[in-house]
Design a protein around this ligand. Structure first.
Ligand code: ADP
Ligand code: MG
Length: 323
């Protein structure tokens, strides 16, 4: 059974950033307003995620490490209206199968909670401990028992790049959450969690960029748009400067990228990519839910309409700026 768990784990836990992703998404699902991520050696030595969310009940604490222990879906109908990030209950057991993991958690403000220690998918200890409300999970020695997976992991710098890219995206998606990201003792990101998207943009791209952003807002029957786009002169060579957050979830979609570039091109020909951070809210039934939850690609049922809306709104904002 242990081996089966390790094989299954490979699907969820590909590299250190997969662990960070699963842990931080759980923190978000638990309603946290403050999430601290502390990484050592690209995540290979240690990954620690501390949140101030709901915490995990004692019974669930042990269960959470067993396969398919999700508490987020009560009927198959829920699958069509997914609002939380996780819903398969595979993450914690998968991570614990290939690491040494400890979890300290509390659901109350009593100063007491539980500590659960796992090693290679084997429950080592459950004990009462001092704990503040929330959850604090440490994953050490990732892939220590799966040498083949370990070999696949790239340099510390590459792994850190994946982790920080991911945290930046989350910070842009959740300006209400206070994030810190630390690597080998160095702070890489600190957001305020005060809901100010521009502050998050400044924390990631720098103040100069943030000062050169144009605010965008707009809505129609189906969509509501808000965010910031760069003045045309502040472009980058990198396509990933464009961030879309749909219903709170960071996504990628080539048609939306195209709509952005079209809007800029009607004003002046740019040969690079603008920095854009755009939040779009829509009825979740307009999204294709059959897309794999781990993937960023999302399809829209009214793709063309969305493109037209987006292009129009951005063009309006850009024109105001130029005039
Ligand atoms: P899923 O997120 O798909 O439900 P996970 O394996 O990621 O599955 O987590 C299992 C369960 O453990 C979650 O459903 C949740 O109830 C609980 N859990 C995990 N992490 C946290 C956290 N940081 N705060 C509160 N509950 C958590
Ligand atoms: Mg999860």
């Amino acid at each position: 059974e242990q081996i089966a768990n390790q094989i299954a784990a490979g699907e969820v836990v590909e590299r250190p950033s997969s662990v960070v992703k699963e842990l931080v998404e759980n923190s978000i699902d638990a309603g946290s307003t403050k999430i601290d991520i502390v990484i050592e050696e690209g995540g290979l030595q240690s990954i620690r995620v501390t949140d101030n969310g709901s915490g995990i009940e004692k019974e669930d604490c042990e269960l959470a490490f067993l396969p398919h222990a999700t508490s987020k879906i009560s009927s198959s109908k829920d699958l069509f209206q997914i609002r939380s990030l996780g819903f398969r209950g595979e993450a914690l057991p998968s991570i614990s199968a290939v690491s040494k993991m400890s979890c300290i958690t509390s659901t109350e403000n009593t100063g007491l909670g539980y500590k659960v220690v796992n090693e290679g998918g084997v429950l080592k200890a459950v004990e009462e401990t001092r704990a503040s409300k929330g959850t604090d999970i440490t994953v050490k020695e990732l892939f220590y028992n799966t040498p083949a997976r370990l070999k696949y992991v790239k340099t510390i710098q590459t792994e850190l790049g994946h982790i920080s890219d991911y945290i930046y995206r989350l910070a842009l998606a959740y300006p209400d959450i206070r994030f810190t990201l630390t690597h080998n003792g160095k702070t890489l990101l600190q957001t305020l969690g005060n809901g100010d998207l521009l502050q998050v943009i400044a924390a990631i791209y720098g103040r100069t960029v943030a000062k050169a952003m144009i605010q965008v807002t707009g809505s129609n029957m189906d969509y509501s748009l808000s965010g910031y786009i760069a003045k045309p002169e502040m472009t980058r060579s990198n396509r990933s400067s464009i961030s879309f957050i749909v219903n709170g979830r960071y996504i990628r979609n080539p048609f939306l990228n195209k709509a952005i570039l079209n809007a800029y091109h009607t004003l002046l020909p740019i040969h690079r990519y603008p920095i854009c951070v755009l939040h779009i809210q829509m009825d979740p039934t307009l999204l294709d839910v059959n897309v794999h939850p781990a993937k960023l690609e999302v399809r829209f049922s009214k793709e063309k309409e969305l493109m037209v809306f987006l292009e129009q709104e951005l063009r309006k904002s850009l024109q105001k700026q130029v005039l």
